[in-house]
Design a protein around this ligand. Structure first.
Ligand SMILES: [Zn+2]
Length: 263
C-alpha cells in the first residue's frame, strides 16, 4: 500500500527535513514513494564567517546534494531570511500552494513548541494551511487536491505545554550510514556552524572519512533516545524517527498510519 505514497516534509532550515525525516525518506524512496523537502528559510544566518549571500548559496547547493544522494523529488528552499521568518499571509499562501501542487498523503513539520523562532513560525504556517488547503476560494489559481493530507509533527523533547506523543515510529537501523550521508551534505552546518555554536569546532576531524564517523557519533544518539522514549512503539528498534499525529487535516482510519509508514 505504501508504494506510491507521497510525503512532504516542511522544515525551517535546509537540514531540518533531513534531521526529522532523513532515514524515513531513504526507506520511502526505496519503496517507490515520492518525497519532497521544503525549507521555509534560506538558512543564511547559520555561520560565523560567511556572508549571508554566500551562505545562502552554499546551503542551497548542500540541499541539492541531498537530492542526489537520497533520490527525493526535490529540496525546495523558500526565499525568506534565516531567523526572520514570519507566519505571514504571503508565506501561508506559499505553503498552501506547495501542498496542493505536490498532493502529499502526509505533511510533516515541526511542532508549535520549539526553541527556534523559525521552527515555531514554520509550524504555525503549516497548521494555518491545513484547513485552508481544501478551501477552493483560497489561492483559487491552484486546484485543491482530491484527497486531504494527513498532518504529522516530527519529534522533539520539549515538555511544555505538552510533551511529544508519537503515533508512529520508523525503524531506521538499516539506513543509519545513509542518513548520516545526508547530514554530511550540509558541510556548513554539521562541520562548521553547529560545532562552533556548541563549542567543539576543534574536535571536527580534517579528513572526510573521519569526520563522517565523528558526525555519526555526534548525531545518532538522538535517534536512540527517540526509540527509547517511544516505548512499545519501538520495541525492536535501536534507532527510530517518530511522528505525532496532528489533530488538523484528515484523520487516518484504523491502521492506515501503519500501512503508510510500512517500508
Ligand atoms: Zn532548524
Amino acid at each position: 500500500m505504501s508504494e506510491e505514497k507521497r510525503f512532504l516534509v516542511i522544515g525551517a532550515h535546509p537540514d531540518d527535513a533531513d534531521l526529522m525525516f532523513g532515514g524515513t525518506a531513504l526507506k520511502a524512496v526505496r519503496k517507490g514513494c515520492k518525497v519532497k523537502f521544503i525549507s521555509t528559510t534560506n538558512g543564511d544566518a547559520g555561520h560565523y564567517s560567511e556572508t549571508r549571500e554566500n551562505l545562502a548559496i552554499r546551503r542551497d547547493s548542500e540541499a541539492q546534494e541531498v537530492v542526489i544522494r537520497s533520490g527525493i523529488e526535490a529540496y525546495e528552499i523558500l526565499d525568506n531570511h534565516d531567523g526572520e521568518l514570519i507566519p505571514s499571509l504571503e508565506n501561508r499562501k506559499k505553503i498552501i500552494t506547495r501542498i496542493r501542487v505536490f498532493q502529499p498523503d502526509v505533511v510533516i513539520s515541526h511542532r508549535l513548541y520549539d526553541y527556534h523562532a523559525d521552527h515555531r513560525a514554520t509550524a504555525q504556517l503549516v497548521q494555518d494551511s491545513a484547513y485552508l488547503v481544501m478551501v477552493p476560494l483560497i489561492c483559487p489559481d491552484v486546484p485543491v487536491p482530491e484527497k486531504e493530507p494527513i498532518y504529522m509533527f516530527s519529534h522533539d523533547f520539549f515538555k511544555s505545554p505538552a510533551p511529544f506523543s508519537p503515533a508512529i515510529a520508523v525503524d531506521i537501523d538499516n539506513v543509519l550510514a545513509d542518513k548520516i550521508q545526508l547530514l554530511d551534505c550540509h558541510v556548513s552546518q554539521f562541520y562548521e556552524w553547529l560545532p562552533y555554536i556548541d563549542g567543539n569546532l576543534n574536535e571536527v576531524p580534517g579528513n572526510k572519512e573521519d569526520r563522517v564517523k565523528w558526525l555519526a557519533g555526534e548525531r545518532l544518539a538522538y535517534y536512540r533516545d527517540q526509540a527509547a522514549a517511544a516505548g512499545e512503539l519501538c520495541l525492536a528498534m535501536k534507532h527510530a524517527e517518530t511522528f505525532e499525529l496532528s489533530e488538523y487535516g484528515r484523520k487516518p482510519k484504523d491502521d492506515e498510519l501503519t500501512q503508510i509508514f510500512h517500508f
